[in-house]
Design a binder for this molecule. Structure first.
Ligand SMILES: NC(=O)c1ccc[n+]([C@@H]2O[C@H](COP(=O)([O-])OP(=O)(O)OC[C@H]3O[C@@H](n4cnc5c(N)ncnc54)[C@H](OP(=O)(O)O)[C@@H]3O)[C@@H](O)[C@H]2O)c1
Length: 339
C-alpha cells in the first residue's frame, strides 16, 4: 500500500500547555489475540502511513518490540523522535513508593526512548491481575480506591516530569468523584484523561468535566473493541458498528461503520486511539479524519445512540466485599471506599 497521509491534513487537539497533538492515535493492546510482533509491525506501518500518536502500556507486553520498530523508523529517517507523541502507562502493581520510576524506566528502556510524551496511571487502584487472566479471577489483595494511595502514585508521576522522563502525565479509568478528590491535590495537573468512549458509551458527564478542566479526553475502544478478550464480554453488550445511526451514516458515506465511529469521535472532540494490525484498516482509520465529515444531523443521531454500555467493566480488579463491577465506577456519585 505504502500510501502516506499528509500531516497538514490531520487535525490537531490542544493540550493545556497549548501544544498540539494529532486528533487520532494508534492503540497497541493486542487484546490477547494479536502478538507483540504483529502489533509492533502495525506501529511501523502506521507511522509510515502518517500516525504520530502511539498509545502504549507496560501491561500490553509489547513495548520491547515497539521499541525495535521505533529505532528502525528513526534509522530509516521516516520520522524524528520529536515528531512522535508516545504514551505509556504504569500498571497497577507498580504504584507503591519508588516503583513508578522503576516502571517508567523499564518502559523507556524497552521503547528505546529517553522520555515519553505522556505517562498515564493506567487504573486508579493498585489491584493487580495477571495479563490474560479470565473474567472470574480475583486477587485477594485487591482493595477499593484510596486517596492517599493514589496520590502516592501521582506524586511520583509529578517527579518524573521534573526529571524530564515524561513531558506530561495523565490519568485513566477515572470518575468525576475521584477527579473531584484528586485534582485539588495535584501539583502538576493531568494533561489527558484516557477513558472508554464509543457511540454506545459516551460518558457525557465525565467527558464534559474533562473538557471544562482543560484535560484532553482520549477515547479508548473507539470502535467498541470488537476483538476484546472474552473476560470483557457480556450478553448485554451492544455492537457499536450495528447501531442504526452508525450503520446509516456508513451507508451514506460509503465507508465501514468502524470509520463512522472514528469520525464521530474526532468531531466530538475526543482523541480516539483505534487499534488494528491490518494495514487497510489502520490506513482508513487515519485517512477518514482528513475528509468527508459527518453532518450535524448525523452527529446528533449518533449522540442519541448512547446506551451507557460500558464494555471494559474492570471486574478483575474487584476487592472482597465489593457488590459488583459498578463499585469501580462510583455510580452513585460518591467514591466507593467500602470493603
Ligand atoms: N486505558 C485503558 O484502560 C485502556 C483500555 C482498553 C484499551 N485501551 C487502548 O485503546 C486502544 C483501542 O481499544 P481496543 O483495541 O480495545 O478497541 P477498538 O480500537 O475499538 O477496536 C479494535 C478492533 O476494531 C477492528 N477495527 C479496527 N479498525 C477497523 C476498520 N477500519 N474496519 C473494521 N474493523 C476495524 C479490529 O478488529 P479485528 O482485529 O477483528 O479486525 C480491531 O482489532 C487499545 O489498543 C489500547 O491502546 C486503553
Amino acid at each position: 500500500m505504502e500510501e502516506r497521509i499528509e500531516q497538514k491534513k490531520i487535525p490537531t487537539r490542544s493540550l493545556y500547555s497549548g501544544e498540539r497533538i494529532p486528533c487520532l492515535g494508534l492503540g497497541t493492546f493486542g487484546s490477547d489475540k494479536y502478538g507483540a510482533d504483529a502489533v509492533a509491525e502495525a506501529v511501523y506501518g502506521a507511522v509510515k502511513a502518517g500516525y504520530r500518536l502511539i498509545d502504549c502500556a507496560s501491561v500490553y507486553q509489547n513495548e520491547k518490540q515497539i521499541g525495535q520498530v521505533l529505532e528502525r523508523l528513526f534509522a530509516e529517517k521516516v520520522v524524528e523522535r520529536r515528531e512522535l507523541f508516545i504514551t505509556s502507562k504504569v500498571w497497577n502493581d507498580m504504584h507503591g513508593e519508588g516503583k513508578v520510576a522503576v516502571s517508567l524506566k523499564q518502559s523507556l528502556s524497552d521503547l528505546k526512548l529517553e522520555n515519553v510524551d505522556l505517562y498515564f496511571v493506567h487504573w486508579p487502584f493498585p489491584n493487580y491481575h495477571a495479563p490474560g487472566c479470565d473474567g472470574d479471577s480475583r486477587n485477594p489483595d485487591s482493595r477499593p480506591f484510596d486517596l492517599e494511595e493514589f496520590m502516592t502514585a501521582w506524586r511520583q508521576c509529578e517527579a518524573l516530569v521534573d526529571q524530564g522522563l515524561t513531558r506530561y502525565i495523565g490519568m485513566s479509568n477515572m470518575t468525576v468523584p475521584k477527579l473531584e478528590a484528586v485534582l485539588p491535590l495535584c501539583r502538576i495537573k493531568p494533561a489527558a484523561l484516557e477513558m472508554e468512549l464509543h457511540p454506545s458509551f459516551q460518558q457525557p458527564e465525565l467527558f464534559d468535566y474533562a473538557v471544562a478542566h482543560d484535560i484532553l479526553p482520549v477515547g479508548y475502544c473507539p470502535i467498541g473493541s470488537p476483538s476484546r478478550p472474552e473476560r470483557d464480554r457480556t450478553q448485554q453488550d451492544v455492537a457499536d458498528t450495528e447501531l442504526p445511526a452508525v450503520a446509516a451514516a456508513a451507508r451514506a458515506h460509503g465507508v465501514h461503520p468502524a470509520v463512522i465511529c472514528l469520525k464521530w469521535a474526532v468531531q466530538r472532540g475526543q482523541v480516539p486511539i483505534p487499534f488494528s494490525v491490518k494495514e487497510p484498516q489502520y490506513y482508513s482509520n487515519l485517512k477518514c479524519v482528513t475528509e468527508d465529515p459527518l453532518t450535524d444531523q448525523e452527529m446528533e443521531a449518533i449522540r442519541r445512540e448512547d446506551k451507557n454500555c460500558r464494555l471494559i467493566k474492570g471486574q478483575v480488579f474487584l476487592w472482597e466485599g465489593a457488590r459488583g463491577w459498578e463499585d469501580l465506577w462510583d455510580m452513585d456519585g460518591e467514591i466507593v471506599t467500602r470493603r
